[in-house]
Ligand binder design. Sequence first.
Ligand code: G1P
Length: 280
Amino acid sequence: MSDNTSVRKCLFPVAGYGTRFLPATKAMPKEMLPIVNKPLIQYGVEEALSAGITQMGFITGRGKRAIADHFDTSYELESEISGTSKEKHLEPIRTVIDKCDFMFMRQREMLGLGHAVLTGEPMVGNEPFAVVLADDLCLNDGEIPNALQQLVEIHQKYNCSVVMIQEVPKSDTASYGIISGEEIEQGVYQIDDMVEKPQPEDAPSNLAIIGRYVLTPNIFDYIRQTKPGANGEVQITDALKVLAEDEMVLAVKLKSRRFDCGSIDGFVEATNYYYQHQHY
Ligand code: G1P
């Protein structure tokens, strides 16, 4: 049995088109783009697993079947390479498949991140859950708690919804949800305002939300009441802003390194970093 702060489930919204990576993403999900030899989505799932989460829920869309296949046994491949020197390359994904359960739901229309999270409600039920946006790749090198571990710890301490943040140049605020708040312990802010993708002159700070959240299940009711906002989409930021008016919502500064793999520059930077620092 879980207590009311343990986090057992993680949602991965993966229905987006990945237009910035066309033509690579024409017939392949952007979450399957590899940093060296591992797909972005696998880094995200491994991060959740290291944070003690074993139930992975994907909010998928058309053209995303490769993700479900990736987290399933490939009998043909297994029989082809089992007992050969190449078998070791399958070990990491086998471990993930053995330790986790995988759930999938289709988001039929792309109406925003808030809508994607709400689509995942039947996979979550009435318990706290994590959300990982796989194109924000956070380094998980075992030296310090990974991004989700940091969020889960603060969630367990305060028993409330928490989002991950990072300082960004003021000129970049229009790419992020931006928060402001009071620092209640080192690197932990109690949120008093949140704006999705503000222009620099309208941004309440330079503290940007990056793609990691641990949310209490009452967020679903708040999303249901959220009207389309920035880009005409139902934004999780807008739902969290109203939640923060009713109860404590915290933001935690990321301690590890993060690569924006939703952009070509960040993707190349991550590729170079992982090639130089990890063993393949
Ligand atoms: C989403 C969120 C935004 C957050 C960002 C982090 O935006 O809506 O608040 O700052 O992820 O990557 P997206 O990048 O999907 O447009």
